[in-house]
Design a protein around this ligand. Structure first.
Ligand SMILES: [Fe+2]
Ligand SMILES: [Fe+2]
Length: 189
């Protein structure tokens, strides 16, 4: 059976997606986000363990697609919005490990909104994407996602974050490129 609708998908349905197919879908539907210059900021910051915010976002997107596929949700889920929301869910664009005069003290509670505000400056987002980004920290933040895509993002985020935080790889953290140049560019816009 051909996977063409309801989401304009061009892979085959009726078969479970492979890892390579999922990666291709994320690359295709997430291209605008992945190639945006502000994603360079995410590449310069560790998120959990030795995984950068950029790598974490890609993992969350791939896992969200995998969950939707294995749960047979394709007639209920907008694939493109799911991928874009997952890629942008941590688009807060700073290193939350920096003390920064205590500004990031409430990061866990505030970064969903910060990510949405930044994403709205850089991309045209639909309501599914907006809602899923802003409420991805539920239940730590009180408002639950309004769409299935949001639940897939928040579940994938928690699964990925847990695996990344407890991985033994966390003891090997290569030095990342400096954030400064990218931040300066962003401020200068
Ligand atoms: Fe987050
Ligand atoms: Fe996250």
């Amino acid at each position: 059976m051909n996977r063409t609708s309801p989401n304009g998908k061009d892979e085959t349905v009726g078969r479970l997606l492979t890892r390579a197919q999922i990666q291709r879908l994320v690359a295709k539907h997430g291209r605008e986000v992945i190639e945006h210059q502000h994603m360079q900021i995410e590449r310069c910051c560790y998120q959990h363990g030795n995984v950068t915010t950029f790598e974490h976002s890609i993992r969350v997107a791939c896992l969200a697609v995998w969950l939707a596929d294995r749960a047979h949700l394709w007639y209920h889920v907008n694939l493109r919005s799911l991928i874009r929301a997952a890629l942008l869910h941590d688009y807060f664009l700073y290193d939350w490990h920096d003390w920064d005069n205590g500004q990031h003290r409430w990061h866990g509670f505030t970064h969903g909104h910060a990510a949405l505000m930044n994403a709205l400056k850089d991309f045209d987002l639909n309501d599914i994407e907006r809602n899923s980004i802003e409420n991805h920290m539920f239940p730590m933040t009180p408002v639950p996602p309004a769409y299935i895509e949001g639940y897939l993002v928040t579940l994938s985020d928690k699964l990925s974050a847990t695996a990344e935080t407890f991985s033994f790889d966390r003891f090997n953290k290569p030095h990342l490129p400096s954030l400064e140049a990218h931040i300066k560019h962003r401020v200068a816009r």
